[in-house]
Design a protein around this ligand. Sequence first.
Ligand code: XBP
Ligand code: MG
Length: 256
Amino acid sequence: MRLEALLFDVDGTLADTERDGHRIAFNQAFLQAGLDWDWTVSLYGELLSVTGGKERIRHYLDHYRPEFRRPADFAGFVANLHKSKTSIYTRMLEEGGIPLRPGVKRILEEALNANLRLSIATTTTPNNVTALLRSTLGADGERWFEVIAAGDIVPAKKPAADIYLYALEKMRLAATACLAFEDSENGLLASQGAKLPTIITMNDYTVNHNFATATLVLDHFGEPTQPFQVMQGDVGRHTYVDVALLQELHQRHSGS
Ligand code: XBP
Ligand code: MG
């Protein structure tokens, strides 16, 4: 089976958005709402076990602020808080706050030139994806991707496989024709739940996650002048991810 498409996670995979992006935006939104909640770097690492910003806020209140008196319209309260977090976060991106990780732009360009199809499967809010793609790839950034599956489009967020299954269905592709790219254990559970062979690029928050079932585990995608480190898997003589390596990995995985 030929490799036809690449499916990318966003946060942590395309860009290191969590610690210095989402976390800061959550804290600013709390401050603006007059709340004394402070999500430190290490606390945020714990909170990342729950995907989705609204879900993360609820989890925080359940487990770290049980004494918090919930307003009558609690769902509306969380939704508003999250809306203000999203506008703070997208403004940060519009101001060029967060770059893509090493190799990402090059791989996307090479893949399109090789007629591979690209899609996104993420739990983050759609506006966040748009803002990241426009600020890093240019005004037409979204058009590089055939399907942008994001946020509440499926009710069950990662580690559920639903967002990947949704993207595959929209693309009318079998998982065996694709590769997925993730940075976290919840992401890997989701992609492998959809039977997608998966390449992991770790980051500070995910170095200790369990990636035993991934096809390849790297510190980052690498560039010709910036080789990757291989934590798991066989890359032959390659020192950075390119389409040739992806095709080799896919072929080995599908046994053809
Ligand atoms: C990342 C997430 C998101 C972000 C925050 O998932 O779990 O919740 O942390 O974004 P992925 P929102 O790596 O799958 O993109 O506040 O918009 O949910
Ligand atoms: Mg991620």
